[in-house]
Design a protein around this ligand. Structure first.
Ligand code: 13P
Length: 256
């Protein structure tokens, strides 16, 4: 399976932005803007926007994701949300292991693995984020680090489960900085991710895997990034908060 046959997925990660009222407005603008998309369109929104997002996008081509999920089914975990709670609302995707959660909320490769497996067991599709810091890139350990993040995140997952997994390569130095990885840098690491998945699950599984790039992807640079053979989509922060910009990226995925 080559790029043409893989599912391109453009996902917005709204982060901690938009009240439910603001979310409704943005979704109203998004629905007509992306209705002809030839790729999977996903919006990952704050927990408080999920009900609005699921209701508003019913009958459209927009899929809804959460931004995190707890790994236990239920219990004394004040402030946390379980996979079953998300599924019951009609949520399909969930971002797991975003670097902001690794950096500010003590997320580790092990908890990324637990969250991803809990998400899969409940029927959610995890978008697992990996990526290096600027120091790590300058130290020349990007590939080793990303390989390790991927291996631990996927630990114990079956080949069948892998079919519902997306991996997003998000170099930390490119997130929210306006400093995008070059298309060559994005391709190099996305290809390395596919390679390690091939080592773990075989060539066919690796070829079927959707690998996204994320980090200051915008209306201007999306087409070049998405034209690369191993970049199957994008995880978009800032530019996903503007319907017109997000729509340009969705169109770029169709061309790429
Ligand atoms: P920006 O697109 O704002 O750089 O954020 C990328 C990101 O972190 C998506 O998860």
């Amino acid at each position: 399976m080559d790029k043409q046959n893989r599912k391109a997925v453009i996902a917005g990660n709204w982060k901690m932005n938009k009240t439910a009222t603001e979310a409704a407005e943005l979704i109203d603008a998004l629905i007509p803007a992306v209705k002809d998309a030839d790729c999977e369109v996903v919006i990952c929104v704050p927990f408080t926007d999920l009900v609005t997002a699921v209701e508003k996008t019913k009958g459209t081509n927009i899929h809804v994701g959460a931004e995190n999920v707890h790994y236990e089914k239920s219990g004394a975990f004040t402030g946390e949300i379980s996979a079953d709670m998300l599924v019951d609302l009609g949520v399909e995707y969930v971002v797991v292991g975003h670097s902001e959660r690794r950096q500010y909320f003590a997320e580790t490769n092990e908890t990324v693995n637990k969250r991803s497996r809990a998400a899969l067991a409940a029927g959610l599709k995890p978008i697992i984020c990996v990526g290096e810091s600027l120091d790590q890139r300058e130290q020349g350990v990007t590939e080793e680090l990303v390989r390790m993040q991927v291996k631990i995140a996927l630990n114990g997952m079956t080949a069948e489960e892998l079919k519902n997994v997306i991996i997003a390569y998000e170099p930390i130095w490119a997130i929210g900085t306006g400093k995008t990885a070059t298309a060559e840098q994005a391709e190099e690491v996305c290809a390395a991710i596919r390679k390690v998945v091939g080592e773990l699950y075989g060539e066919e599984a690796a070829k079927a895997l959707t690998v996204q790039y994320g980090g200051s992807m915008n209306a201007k640079n999306a087409e070049e990034l998405l034209s690369k053979p191993d970049v199957d989509g994008g995880l978009i922060g800032g530019a996903s908060l503007k319907a017109d910009q997000f729509a340009v990226i969705v169109d770029a995925a169709t061309k790429g």
